[in-house]
Write a protein that binds this ligand. Structure first.
Ligand SMILES: Nc1nc2c(c(=O)[nH]1)N=C([C@H](O)[C@H](O)COP(=O)(O)OP(=O)(O)OP(=O)(O)O)CN2
Length: 164
């Protein structure tokens, strides 16, 4: 694609990687047996997420833009506002029902249910699919595509989803 633009978003959210399995998961062979393994990401914890959304096009609009950054921001604004300060939880997580009833009982925290373990990889795809659907609904997909979504979970860890 000839042009690419990137918009960056920040939000805070909690989650837990209930599927983390450092002992038997992919790559376990790379960590020495003598290293004490702690699946610390199964704990409820939070991140200051940074989301980088890249759109691309081979043509520019009448305004000489791929798309105004303002519109990119607004396409994701409601979703980001909803996820901000929420607890992102997999509906398949064994703790889901209990955490959901706690959230309902006390009304003290909002949960954001998703149908997958909320790793950075899976969340990056979630944002990709959401934005692609928005572009499709607006009839924009013939001109503009989502090129990639990068999600920073910590200062040292990010995941990228780029299907092509
Ligand atoms: N491939 C993935 N691995 C891990 C994910 C993930 O989404 N994808 N997530 C986690 C945890 O959520 C964790 O909070 C982040 O992991 P990690 O980078 O290991 O965090 P640290 O702060 O310990 O990193 P340091 O660089 O050692 O400070 C786990 N793995």
């Amino acid at each position: 694609m000839k042009w690419k633009i990137t918009k960056v978003f920040n939000f805070e959210a909690g989650h837990r990687v209930w599927k983390q399995n450092l002992t038997h998961g992919r790559g376990a062979e790379l960590t020495g047996r003598d290293v004490p393994l702690q699946n610390k990401c199964v704990n409820l914890h939070g991140h200051s997420y940074t989301l980088e959304v890249t759109l691309g096009s081979d043509t520019l609009s009448e305004q000489d833009m791929v798309m105004d950054f303002y519109h990119v921001k607004n396409a994701l604004k409601d979703l980001i506002d909803t996820m901000d300060h929420s607890f992102i939880i997999d509906v398949n997580d064994p703790m889901y029902e209990e955490l959901k009833s706690l959230a309902e009982k006390y009304g003290a925290f909002k949960i954001f249910p998703v149908p997958f373990c909320p790793t950075a990889e899976a969340l990056a795809k979630y944002f990709y699919d959401f934005l692609t659907q928005k572009l499709e609904q607006a009839g924009l997909l013939k001109d503009v595509k989502v090129v990639s979504v990068v999600l920073w979970e910590t200062k040292t860890s990010k995941a990228e989803y780029r299907p092509e």
